[in-house]
Design a protein around this ligand. Sequence first.
Ligand code: PGA
Length: 245
Amino acid sequence: MKVYIEKDALAVAQKALSLIKNQITKKADSRICFATGSTPLDLYKLLIEDYQKGKIDFSKMVTFNLDEYLGLDLKNEHSYHYFMDHNLFNHINVKRENINFPDVKKYEKEHQNGSYEQVIEKLGGIDFTILGIGENGHIAFNEPGSQEQDITRVVDLTESTINANKRFFASEKDVPRKAVTMGIGTILKSKKIMLLATGPKKAQAIYDTLLKPVSSNCPASFLQNHKDVTIIVDELSAKLIKNKI
Ligand code: PGA
């Protein structure tokens, strides 16, 4: 895995921007998988700025998203559909018909595990995936205990994740307990993967991802088994790995 340690969150976003621009410049119809959460927000602001300056064109890009809560209306301001529209898609020239999410209704009612993989495969697979990481080492909503071959499915959120995400909701009881998430196996099929982490709370997860043996205790450690992963972290998230990599 390639690791970049940047001085702060903005520098992480700038480095991430350069990698995505490189991808889209080389292949305008890139199929890119986006992440939600607070970590990629600076990157999304920079993507919007570059679009407004005419430096980047998203008209051919196809997007996927990693996950979505169960039990929320898709228009709810806490849904990941809303998050992506509000923080990126509404501000760039991506075509509506090129935006893909796991079909929450299908997964909720019919437990159609695997249907998202069919959509992804039909569209030609994912070229580039953007990931954040949870304090417990989760990627998307693949919590500790997730397996390397997992596909998109309905999962229960752990207390640690509910606790971390309650800052976005009026109270902890409003945080959904279930989500549909792309599996580790699906994520590992992406040609390139870029994981971003900022702040001291992610330091242990970054250490476990890079320096501990691969284990479902830290789902992000499965990235060690992928041949094109770039990890971009700030000094704070890197404090346990400095001088060790
Ligand atoms: P965060 O979430 O970017 O809001 O810290 C990341 C994650 O839980 O994957």
